[in-house]
Design a protein around this ligand. Structure first.
Ligand code: ARG
Length: 466
């Protein structure tokens, strides 16, 4: 079957109307970029006002344009607007409808503008709004952690390294570790907003324009600090989208670590936390089960967000200046990452806020695994002036002895300890309890309840202003 018709049928099968339909399908972005309708209309109104003010178009035409655009906004918001794939994208859908509504004056809107700077400004406006949403969500999550940290500033729990019991810490300290993590995410959001706060509108197709436009005027009207400084860069730059995705990926990665801890903590074996019914599900076959589905899904959705970052980096890689249609692929990645991250943050904030903390289980686990061995070694250094390496050795022998007797360090008899090192006195027992262990760790940033409370006070003040 080598005739033309047959091979055509090979690739044309899905497309009843042939190559033109395939072109339309690959080219059109309206299905996803209609999300930019509000930004597109806002940008167009600002542009038209500037065109009228600088005398590039007549005031009557501008009034018609603004009125028409506001009508379109209402049509879209009420669901009455008919989007057409034939018109490719949101920009042309809006402009075509404007022509239907106001006639020839609509044709003046695109003076001194191109879809290249138009899409760049629309998308920046959208990403900027989303970054503000993420900042609010992060603040909510941080505040939820601050509440838990305050409640549990003195609750002892095991601290792990290599997922092996290491030293006792307070649960408040553990919560504050997440406050640090999410505060860094928040500061990345603020940095990114600051950096992207420039308007590309008026860069036109790539070279700027000969019309006497006022880019400072449109930048200000759209809430940007100032206009961008290079028209070529303006229409080819998607750093703001890449930065959003990298912030999202790092934040999602943080959320996945928290999600994993919640999954572990809520196992019957750990039993450190109990998730509320709103954030867990039962099993259809095993009645005893309560599954941490929301946490598992947060853990999993990180893959999606991280994937979008790599996806867009790969789209942008090797693109020559200035605009290329490749860049149309930026939107779905950002929209999906944004929607996913918003949901992940909301789910985690909910879980952190209403999980029940089992202090008894945490305390019991905190005392197991010879978690105060380092305290014993430190006591030997402090009180008997042993070099740390010798103290480490003595402590190792004490742990071995306790292990052979199947008891905790604090349950060894003084004589047992003295058989290992004659200098040990009764005073050693003051450091062998988990409570005293955490209390002693008062170094800046340490786990002592007093220190944790100091850090909480610091972050409460900072978050109020962040
Ligand atoms: N839909 C396009 C995009 O998202 C708009 C810009 C099109 N520009 C062009 N010269 N074809 O990138």
């Amino acid at each position: 079957m080598s005739d033309k018709k047959a091979s055509n049928a090979m690739w044309g099968g899905r497309f009843a109307s042939g190559p033109a339909a395939i072109m339309e399908a690959i080219n059109a972005s309206i299905d996803f970029d209609k999300k930019l309708y509000a930004q597109d209309i806002r940008g167009s109104i600002a542009h038209s006002e500037m065109l009228a003010e600088t005398g590039i178009i007549a005031t009557e035409d501008q009034e018609k344009i603004a009125h028409g655009l506001n009508t379109i906004l209402k049509e879209i918001e009420s669901g009455a607007f008919e989007f057409s794939t034939k018109l490719e994208d949101i920009h042309m859908n809006v402009e075509a409808r404007l022509a239907e509504l106001i006639g020839s004056a609509a044709g003046r809107l695109h003076t001194a503008r191109s879809r290249n700077d138009q899409v760049a400004v629309d998308f920046r406006l959208w990403v900027k709004d989303e970054l503000f949403r993420v900042a609010d969500a992060l603040k909510g999550l941080i505040e939820a952690f601050l509440v838990r940290a305050e409640e549990h500033a003195a609750t002892v729990t095991p601290g792990f390294t290599h997922m092996q019991t290491a030293q006792p810490v307070t649960f408040g300290h553990h919560c504050m570790a997440y406050v640090e993590m999410f505060s860094r995410d928040l500061s990345r959001v603020r940095d990114a907003i600051e950096r992207m706060d420039e308007s590309p509108l008026g860069s036109a197709a790539l070279a700027g324009t000969g019309f006497p436009i006022d880019r400072f005027r449109t930048a200000k009207a759209l809430g940007f600090r100032e206009p961008t400084r290079n028209s070529l860069d303006s229409v080819s730059d998607r750093d703001f989208a890449l930065e959003f995705l990298s912030i999202a990926a790092i934040c999602a990665t943080h959320l996945s670590r928290l999600a994993e801890e919640i999954v572990i903590w809520s196992t019957p074996q750990f039993g450190f936390v109990r998730l509320s019914d709103s954030f867990s599900t039962g099993s259809s076959i095993m009645p005893q089960k309560k599954n941490p589905d929301a946490a598992e899904l947060v853990r999993a959705k990180t893959g999606r967000v991280n994937g979008h970052l790599i996806g867009l980096l790969t789209v942008m890689k090797g693109l020559p200046l200035a605009y290329s249609k490749d860049m149309q692929e930026d939107k779905e990645a950002v929209f999906d990452a944004a929607e996913t991250l918003d949901l992940m943050l909301a789910a985690m904030t909910g879980m952190v806020g209403d999980m029940t903390i089992n202090e008894a289980a945490m305390k019991k686990a905190a005392g197991s695994g010879y978690s105060t061995a380092t305290d014993l070694a430190d006591w030997l250094v402090r009180t008997l002036n042993l070099p740390f390496r010798d103290a480490h050795h003595v402590t190792g022998r004490a742990v071995a002895l306790a292990e052979s007797k199947k008891v905790g360090l604090e349950k060894l008899a003084l004589e047992d300890l003295q058989s290992i090192h004659a200098g040990i006195t009764e005073d050693v027992f003051s450091v062998l309890s988990v409570q005293n262990s955490v209390k002693s760790r008062t170094s800046f940033g340490g786990t002592a309840p007093a220190e944790v409370r100091r850090q909480i006070r610091y972050w409460k003040k900072r978050i109020a202003k962040a």
